[in-house]
Design a protein around this ligand. Structure first.
Ligand SMILES: [Cu+2]
Length: 160
């Protein structure tokens, strides 16, 4: 009986630590095949520094959006892109990096995915959270969406 209660308490503690989203400036670590943390909570208007680290062996990406689009013969992406129209600065090792070197290209005109090739230095995104409240997803759609299917996904909650 006592052991049963301890297990329930352990489950409750684990559940709450897994379930509470990370806030403020955080580093999101991409590994093969997940993001940690994978739940974030942002507030409209706050200026954030989100650092993205590829700690895995594979090439990854980080994209925030909604409405996964899947077309035959094409990689998946989000139909609605959180960072579309958002002014984002990038830094690596404290030095400014040209956004053109960081955003993925070729996935459609609206796509705003941060390229995280294997071995890349941690890349910091600096931006003010736009007025796009609600539930968003984070994802890596690399290797024709298999990373996403394997667990490279998460949630971004944007609160007013
Ligand atoms: Cu990936």
């Amino acid at each position: 009986m006592r052991r049963g209660i301890a297990l329930i308490l352990a489950a409750a503690v684990l559940g709450s630590s897994c379930g509470s989203p990370a806030t403020g400036d955080v580093t999101v670590s991409a590994t093969d095949f997940k993001f940690a943390p994978n739940t974030l909570r942002w507030k409209v208007g706050e200026e954030l520094r989100i650092t993205l680290a590829n700690d895995g062996e594979k090439d990854h990406e980080w994209v925030v959006g909604r409405d996964v689009m899947s077309m035959p013969g094409m990689a998946e992406t989000f139909g609605s892109q959180f960072f579309e129209g958002v002014d984002v600065r990038f830094e690596q090792d404290g030095q400014a990096v040209d956004p053109m070197m960081v955003w993925m290209t070729g996935m459609g005109p609206n796509e705003r995915a941060v390229n995280l090739p294997a071995g890349v230095r941690p890349t910091t995104m600096i931006f003010t959270v736009p007025n796009k409240p609600g539930e968003w997803q984070m994802a890596c759609f690399a290797d024709n969406g298999t990373h996403y299917e394997d667990g490279m996904r998460g949630k971004v909650t944007v609160v007013p």
